[in-house]
Design a protein around this ligand. Structure first.
Ligand SMILES: Nc1ncnc2c1ncn2[C@@H]1O[C@H](COP(=O)(O)OP(=O)(O)O)[C@@H](O)[C@H]1O
Ligand SMILES: [Mg+2]
Length: 490
């Protein structure tokens, strides 16, 4: 495997210690070969993002060496685009073609057009980045990197934000890039993707390489075991529950335009998980926001027989807890500490509220409980949430939602972008909440997750809900067809 002189990128004995003495990488060797797709996998906090930032020259290693034969392009996990600027401006940012002292906009637009044509990546140079769906924003970052004609292209968790159809087109692009001779490194925790697309795989755990898989050796179970350093935790057992009156929605409508919720009637009983299956963009986020009280809705909503009204605060007070889909935008304030985030939303009520102030002792206790019960890996509860990896941030969000013994748990894409181990823990907590008598509404774009967790399933398509199906009658083919807009049986 280590043929000298062939590598497009070579990292030797790379070590990275962050301030606060966090050793993120400890003696890592990796090399990338032109024309190959290499997967880098590992649990959250394993050091993957640190490794790729060092490889791309964005971060300096504490020790060790990095050699590349050309430019290294990195498409970030959280895009680093500027929303207020147009596509063409983002692509040339920092490398602006100039005519005299002025920016040559026409040349920049032409460059974007030429690149997107050459790689078959459709892009409108004059679109505003903030108006673009995530799949297209990712394409902009890719084209931005391609403009540097890189010998190595690295993607950090590229498919975490993509819908199934976008994932297929993403991998078609990646294959074409490799076929043109690029060395490609994809950071992913999705094992199916590794098996389907990667030719080699390297597994990181706690900053060290714990397994390497060469051509023809890639095997799903072995990768999963190497990632977690043992067996994957089994899902919590579902117990027989006494069903009680939970959430009842009648003719619920909210939002406008293509992503609106048109007329939803359903019931989520206490002691069950009702899952809403569907492809992203069919009204799911409006449905979740309407129940959480974040957007106005018409129709009726009742929780345990009493109308569910008011804004988010009133609903939280009624025991409605949300695990939001975008933890960085809706769930957490990342510049705040773990403690502050652990009580966010609860700051108005005992035990967190005492008199007119926040009870610091109670807040600290709440944070420590969440950290222990949900295995949130952090050096301290006083550090900012920004220093946590994505999976650990999500465990904090889930822990916070469950800390107050919710009556209705609203889980919107609760395992988006997190790894197998963390996902199993989050999924088990949904089952545990159900077992404990909460009404659980799961909205997910991942059919496997829905089939594993739901007691009943309804499919949403263009803002309309199908009839619900019982667990015994689940059928992947039928659900998939409904997700794609097949006529529903009446
Ligand atoms: N800027 C930082 N300061 C301190 N610690 C950090 C920083 N960035 C990451 N870490 C820590 O380094 C470790 C590896 O993080 P990261 O490379 O993001 O992992 P991954 O991408 O595999 O989830 C984690 O323990 C994380 O908390
Ligand atoms: Mg990462």
């Amino acid at each position: 495997m280590n043929v000298p002189g062939r590598a497009a990128l070579e990292l030797r004995a790379v070590r990275k210690v962050y301030p606060g003495n966090v050793c993120a990488l400890d003696g890592v060797d990796i090399e990338l070969v032109p024309g190959e797709i290499h997967a880098l996998c590992g649990e959250n906090g394993a050091g993957k993002t640190t490794l790729v930032e060092i490889a791309a020259g964005e971060l300096r290693p504490t020790s060790g060496s990095v050699h590349a034969i050309g430019n290294v392009g990195l498409v970030h996990q959280h895009f680093e685009l500027i929303g207020r600027l147009h596509v063409w401006e983002n692509v040339v940012l920092g490398f602006e073609p100039r005519r005299g002292v002025r920016l040559d906009a026409e040349a920049a637009r032409a460059r974007v057009r030429a690149l997107s044509q050459s790689y078959g990546l459709e892009l409108d140079p004059d679109a505003l980045v903030e108006d673009l769906p995530v799949g297209i924003a990712q394409r902009v970052e890719l084209v931005r990197e391609l403009a540097r004609d890189p010998a190595v292209l690295i993607f950090d968790e590229p498919t975490a934000v993509l819908a199934p159809a976008e994932i297929a087109s993403f991998f078609a692009t990646v294959r074409a890039l490799a076929a043109r001779g690029a060395a490609v490194l994809i950071v992913t925790h999705k094992l199916g993707e590794i098996v389907a697309y990667a030719e080699r795989a390297t597994v990181l755990r706690a900053g060290k390489v714990v397994a390497r898989f060469g051509k023809g050796q890639i095997e799903l179970d072995a990768i999963a075991r190497a990632m977690v350093g043992g067996e994957i935790p089994a899902l919590a057992e579902r117990v027989v529950t006494a069903l009680g009156m939970g959430l009842v929605a009648r003719d619920l409508e909210a939002g406008q335009g293509a992503h609106a919720l048109r007329s939803a009637s359903f019931e989520v009983r206490r002691g069950e998980i009702l899952a809403i299956a569907g492809v992203e963009g069919n009204g799911q986020s409006v449905l979740a926001d309407a129940i959480a009280g974040v957007v106005p809705s018409v129709g009726s909503l009742e929780l345990e027989g009493t109308p569910l009204q008011g804004g988010a605060r009133e609903r939280i007070a009624r025991g409605v807890r949300t695990i939001p889909g975008d933890r960085q935008r809706e769930g957490l304030i990342v510049s705040w500490s773990l403690v502050e985030n652990a009580v966010l939303g609860d700051q108005d009520r005992p035990p967190v509220r005492k008199g007119i102030a926040i009870d610091r002792v109670a807040a600290g206790r709440r944070a420590r409980e969440i950290v222990e019960r949900f295995d949130v890996r952090t050096t301290s509860i006083r550090t900012t949430v920004a220093t946590l990896s994505g999976g650990n941030q999500q465990k904090l969000v889930v822990g916070r939602a469950l800390a107050g013994a919710p009556r209705l748990l609203l889980a919107y894409q609760p395992t988006r972008g997190i790894d197998v181990g963390a996902a199993a823990l989050v999924q088990s907590s949904l089952i545990a909440a159900r077992n404990a008598g909460a009404a659980v509404l799961l909205i997910s774009f991942e059919l496997d997750e829905i089939l594993a967790l739901a007691d009943r399933i309804a499919v949403i398509y263009r803002g309309m809900l199908s009839a619900t199906m019982l667990r015994d009658a689940f059928d992947r083919g039928t659900i998939g067809a409904l997700m794609a807009g097949a006529q529903r049986a009446s």
